[in-house]
Design a protein around this ligand. Structure first.
Ligand code: HEM
Length: 463
């Protein structure tokens, strides 16, 4: 009898424990997601870099939308499921932080937005949004952006230009004018040289050996810090009001804007310059390319801008109402970033073991929120491979939950509107001042970054 009682108690306790295990989710965890890890140390980096999107699609076909791999020196889980990607982007603070490479974090500084989380992230983000939010663009920035575009887009008539190089210059000229025009103007050449080295360094292995891109990037960072420190010190002693971004950051009569140390201000300025560099220039270059390849779209977009010019004197700047009325231009920018995939995805890192879709992702692993394929999903975009800006014309489409071109959640791009306004102003003067033709064959790589190894050369004439 006693034995039966003991057996019964064990069975009941066992069943209870089993139920608890099941409901707590522990029984359902399946360990790591399926996938392959490749060679020791190198993992599958060379397959990833060589085959890019097709490597990802093959792995998905074999293992499903969530698979493990080892790329760029880290064990990584790739997520290609749109719903799950949204969930990951919304999970900031729940065991996930940005997972960008160490070289990038070191070169951009320890206070750069991608390196911080929690309350410092909130502060840095609030300060940044204070500088580049839509009402700042409307009231202050647009006029300055307009001036930068006018000065850049002169003397191009009858010349062959590399539009890749020009769009990079366009971003630098424009953002430096917004930050501190009076002081960056005279040292523009030197700053540009150092910024190019800094950007190269962020995409390298963190090997601090003389001659490596990383070491040159770190040197460039030091140089840029010393230029910016000098400007900040001169401003403090001169006390002259200048109404630009640097002034807003240095003024401490405002609750949020005065909170940062000089070191944080400098990291924020470097982040501002860096964040738009590749995104804005590659989108502008690709927009020019798509317009060249789609004469009907070019004709319509040009009409949109000429209509606005008709109502203005030639010296009148593009204003906020003009900008807001350029619906086709906005649609061209969205379609360009969708189809050219300026952003393939974003990286996160786990700070604890975490559960994702029934799998366990160990602490310290990267999660690659890979959004590229969503952009080509035929259920979301009819004829996904054709360049069709009209699909974005209904302004609400840009907020569709499956477009991650500007990220999502707590790290949704704070520079989205500034980026779009800058590209719009560039296109405004480009299509109303010039017609152009491509020269030779311009090869453009789409992965891992959108870039033309030998530039994109076009012959330009006045329109
Ligand atoms: C076409 C232009 C742009 C595109 C496609 C773009 C795209 C993105 C994406 C996808 C993210 C999310 C990154 C992540 O979740 O880890 C992001 C974040 C960010 N972007 Fe942009 N961006 C653009 C322009 C700009 C500009 C002009 C600025 C500022 C001058 C900017 C500043 C930032 C910053 C600071 C973050 C980090 C936000 C945070 O971590 O809270 N972006 N951007």
């Amino acid at each position: 009898m006693m034995v039966v009682m003991v057996v019964l108690v064990v069975v009941v306790l066992g069943l209870g424990f089993g139920c608890w295990l099941f409901h707590s989710g522990l029984l359902r965890l399946k360990g790591l997601p399926p996938g392959t890890m490749g060679w020791p140390f190198f993992g599958e980096t060379s397959e990833f870099l060589r085959d890019g999107p097709s490597f990802m699609k093959n792995q998905r076909a074999r293992y499903g939308s969530l698979f493990k791999t080892h790329i760029l020196g880290c064990p990584t889980v790739v997520c290609m499921d749109s719903e799950l990607n949204r969930l990951i982007l919304m999970s900031e603070g729940k065991g996930l932080v940005p997972g960008y490479p160490q070289s990038m974090l070191n070169i951009l500084g320890k206070s750069n937005i991608a390196a911080v989380h929690g309350s410092l992230h909130k502060t840095m983000r609030t300060v940044m949004l204070g500088l580049i939010n839509p009402s700042e663009i409307r009231d202050k920035l647009l006029l300055k952006i307009d001036q930068s575009m006018r000065s850049l887009l002169t003397n191009w008539n009858d010349k062959v230009i590399d539009i890749q190089e020009k769009t990079k210059e366009m971003w630098l000229l424009s953002i430096l004018n917004l930050i501190a025009a009076s002081e960056t103007g005279p040292v523009y050449g030197e700053l540009k040289f150092e910024i190019y080295k800094l950007i190269q360094g962020t995409l390298s292995l963190p090997i601090n050996f003389p001659g490596t891109n990383y070491s040159r990037g770190m040197q460039a960072r030091k140089k840029i810090i010393s230029i910016l420190n000098k400007i900040i010190n001169e401003r403090r002693t001169s006390q002259r009001f200048r109404d630009d971004m640097l002034d807003s950051l240095l003024r401490n009569d405002d609750n949020t804007k005065g909170k940062l140390s000089d070191e944080q201000i400098i990291d924020l300025l470097i982040t501002l310059i860096y964040s738009g560099f590749e995104t804005v220039s590659a989108t502008s270059m690709m927009a020019v390319k798509f317009l060249s390849d789609h004469p009907k779209v070019l004709e319509e977009i040009r009409n949109e801008h000429l209509e606005i010019r008709k109502r203005k004197l030639s010296e009148d700047a593009m204003d906020w109402n003009d900008y807001k009325s350029m619906k086709l231009t906005r649609a061209v920018i969205f379609e360009t970033s969708r189809i050219a995939n300026v952003v393939n995805g974003v990286l996160r890192k786990t700070t604890n073991d975490m559960e994702l879709n029934g799998f366990t992702i160990p602490k310290g692993w990267k999660i690659y929120v890979y959004t590229r394929e969503t952009n080509y999903d035929p259920f979301l975009y009819c004829e996904p491979l054709s360049f069709n800006p009209w699909r974005w014309l209904d302004g609400t489409f840009e907020f569709n939950q499956n477009f991650f071109g500007f990220g999502g959640g707590a790290r949704l791009c704070p520079g989205k509107e500034l980026g779009i306004a800058t590209i719009t102003a560039f296109l405004h003067y480009f299509v109303t001042r010039f017609r152009w033709e491509e020269v030779g064959r311009n090869e453009i790589m789409k992965f891992p970054r959108v870039e033309a190894p030998n530039g994109v050369h076009i012959k330009v004439w006045s329109y």
